[in-house]
Write a protein that binds this ligand. Structure first.
Ligand code: ADP
Length: 160
């Protein structure tokens, strides 16, 4: 199978992301998890912190962690990936993903976007809902890789 690139903010990586990555790693020869930097967004974690959390959470030989400030399609070309992989939880995701996929296709029609449904356990998992859970005093550990739970909870608590 070809190589795929799974881009996102990963602020921080969640069990929903991890599930997509683990399933993709069984299908594709190589999966590049790409932290894409959106200059308009403000993040809880720095790029280095996000890369470090991804590295500590993922233990699969055919998964590589990378970052870009440029176009995802340019990164695909650079590493020889022909597929952009995205995750889908609900109709809101669909609308957003449709726009991004048309945009990427217009830039480079040789690269296909493929969508993978969330598993049932992570249908409502998102980086932002995790922040809300912690801020409301709830337990976010079921939604986060065990390697990063303490660090994420501490950072959100500090931002209160
Ligand atoms: P974005 O900045 O686009 O929101 P994210 O880091 O939140 O990036 O997510 C990257 C990709 O992973 C997106 O395609 C998003 O829809 C998908 N995703 C996020 N959470 C989940 C989840 N729980 N299940 C499946 N896909 C998910």
């Amino acid at each position: 199978m070809p190589f795929c690139v799974y881009p996102g903010s990963f602020d921080p990586v969640t069990m929903g992301h991890l599930n997509i990555i683990e399933r993709a790693a069984k299908i594709f020869d190589k999966v590049y998890v790409l932290v894409s930097v959106n200059t308009k967004k403000s993040y809880l974690f720095s790029l280095e912190e996000k890369l470090d959390m991804l590295r500590r959470s993922i233990h699969l030989d055919n998964v590589e962690i990378a970052a870009t400030e440029g176009l995802v399609t340019d990164f695909c070309k650079k590493v020889g990936a022909s597929v952009i992989l995205r995750g889908l939880r609900n109709p809101n995701d669909y609308q957003n993903e449709l726009e991004i996929s048309y945009f990427n296709h217009s830039i480079d029609p040789s690269i296909e976007t493929m969508l993978m449904y969330s598993d049932r356990d992570n249908l409502f998992t998102s980086s932002s809902s995790i922040k809300e859970v912690v801020l409301c005093g709830g337990d976010a550990s079921p939604f986060l890789p065990k390697e990063i739970v303490d660090e994420v909870v501490k950072r959100i608590d500090e931002k209160r």
